[in-house]
Design a protein around this ligand. Structure first.
Ligand SMILES: Cc1ncc(COP(=O)(O)O)c(C=O)c1O
Length: 346
C-alpha cells in the first residue's frame, strides 16, 4: 500500500549522508564533556542562532523544560499563548515538573497575542497572583497552523520583557521554517531572546535531538538541569554528526516544504468537508477543520489512515497535516485523491 505520512515533520528519515556521518563520527562520553562531535556541533549551533553557548538535549520538550527551570522558580508565573506547545502538548509537564503557573493569553486567528494584553498580564506586586518571571514565545506557531512571528514583534516582546525585568524564552522548534518563510536571518528571530530551543528532528531531518542556546551562564545551569532530568546521553557524537548536516544542508530546502504546504492547502480547500484559513498556511503546517453531516474529523482521519494516508486528528473537528522532505507533489496529489474518494463514499 502506498503510504503518505502527513502527521508531522518528525517522521522524516535521516539522509544517506547523515547515516554515513553517524558511522564515521568521532565519539566520547558527553557526560564528561569529551565527545568531540557534540562539542563542535554545540559551538556551531550557538553561532547559528547568535548565542554564546548551546547544549544538545534529547528533545524539544526537555529543552523547553530546562529553559523554564533555569529562568523561573516554582511558584512563579510564565506567560505564553493559550495554545502554545508548553501549555497544551506536553502532558502537563510545565506544571508538574517546573512548578510554575502558566498565564495563557488569548490569540487571534494567526496565533498572535496582543502585546498590550501581554503587558497587562505581567504581575510583579500583587501578592495574590504568581509573580511573573518569564515570557515564552512559539515561532513558528504549531497549533495556529505554522504561522510566523516577525522580527519586529519579537523585538517588541523583548523590550516588554526587559522593561519588567523578565526573562524571554523562544520555543523555536521550527524557527528555521519561520526564518526561511520570512526571508530573514534566523538571528533576527533569536537574537533578542534570553534563550532559544530549536529541534533537529523535525524538518531538519536528524533522527533525534534539540538544541538550547543562550548565555554561558544560562548553559552552565541548563547543563546541571539536563543532568537532573536524566538527559545526559553519552556518545552523542553519533547524533551530533547528523545535527551538523541538518544545520549545513537542510535549512534552505525548507522553502520546498512551504511551497508544498500551500499546494496541498489550496487543493484540499476545494474538497467537501474541509475548511482552511489559507492566511495561516505560512510554513509547512496546515491546520484544518473537517466536518460533514455523516462524517466527523476523527472518523475521516481513521478512514484515510486505513488507505495509507496519515493525518493527525487534533481535537473536535480539527486536524493537522505537515509537509516535509520525504513528500513530493505526487504524494500530495495521491493523498488528495484518497481524500476525495473517501468523502464521495459518504
Ligand atoms: C512548537 C513545539 N515545541 C516543542 C516541541 C517538542 O519537541 P519534541 O517532540 O522534540 O519533544 C514540538 C514538537 O512537536 C513543537 O511543535
Amino acid at each position: 500500500m502506498r503510504i503518505v505520512d502527513l502527521r508531522s515533520d518528525t517522521v522524516t528519515r535521516p539522509t544517506l549522508k547523515m547515516r554515513q556521518a553517524m558511522k564515521d563520527a568521532e565519539v566520547g562520553d558527553d557526560g564528561f564533556g569529551d565527545d568531540p562531535a557534540t562539542n563542535r556541533f554545540e559551538k556551531m549551533a550557538a553561532d547559528c542562532v547568535g548565542k554564546e553557548d548551546a547544549l544538545f538535549v534529547p528533545s524539544g520538550t526537555m529543552g523547553n523544560l530546562i529553559a523554564i527551570m533555569v529562568h523561573a522558580k516554582p511558584g512563579e508565573g510564565l506567560i505564553c499563548d493559550k495554545f502554545a506547545h508548553i501549555n497544551t502538548l506536553v502532558a502537563g509537564n510545565t506544571a508538574a515538573l517546573t512548578g510554575t503557573t502558566i498565564c495563557p493569553l488569548e490569540v487571534d486567528e494567526s496565533g498572535h497575542f496582543d502585546l498590550n494584553e501581554l503587558e497587562s498580564n505581567i504581575n510583579l506586586d500583587n501578592i495574590h497572583f504568581p509573580r511573573t518571571s518569564l515570557i515564552v514565545l512559539e515561532n513558528s506557531n504549531n497549533l495556529a497552523g505554522g504561522t510566523v512571528v516577525t522580527p519586529e514583534d519579537t523585538s517588541e516582546i523583548s523590550r516588554i520583557a526587559k522593561r519588567h525585568n523578565l526573562r524571554f524564552h523562544l520555543d523555536g522548534a521550527r524557527v528555521f521554517n519561520s526564518a526561511i518563510a520570512q526571508g530573514v536571518d534566523v538571528v533576527e528571530l533569536t537574537g533578542n531572546c534570553d534563550s532559544v530551543m530549536f529541534c533537529l528532528s523535525k524538518g531538519l531531518a536528524s533522527p533525534v535531538g534539540s538544541i538550547i542556546a543562550g548565555t554561558k551562564t544560562f548553559i552552565k545551569e541548563a547543563r546541571r538541569i539536563r543532568k537532573m532530568l536524566g538527559g545526559v546521553m553519552r556518545q552523542t557524537g553519533i547524533l551530533a554528526a547528523c545535527g551538523i548536516i541538518s544545520l549545513e544542508e537542510m535549512i534552505d530546502r525548507l522553502a520546498e516544504d512551504h511551497d508544498n504546504a500551500r499546494y496541498l492547502a489550496k487543493g484540499i480547500e476545494g474538497i467537501d468537508g474541509f475548511s482552511i484559513n489559507l492566511k495561516t498556511v505560512q510554513t509547512n503546517i496546515i491546520c484544518f477543520k473537517f466536518e460533514l453531516p455523516k462524517l466527523g474529523c476523527k472518523e475521516f482521519v481513521d478512514k484515510v489512515a486505513k488507505k495509507g494516508i496519515y493525518v493527525v486528528h487534533l481535537y473536535k473537528d480539527f486536524g493537522r497535516m505537515v509537509t516535509h522532505k520525504d513528500l513530493n507533489k505526487s504524494d500530495l496529489d495521491y493523498a488528495m485523491e484518497v481524500f476525495k474518494n473517501t468523502v464521495s463514499e459518504q
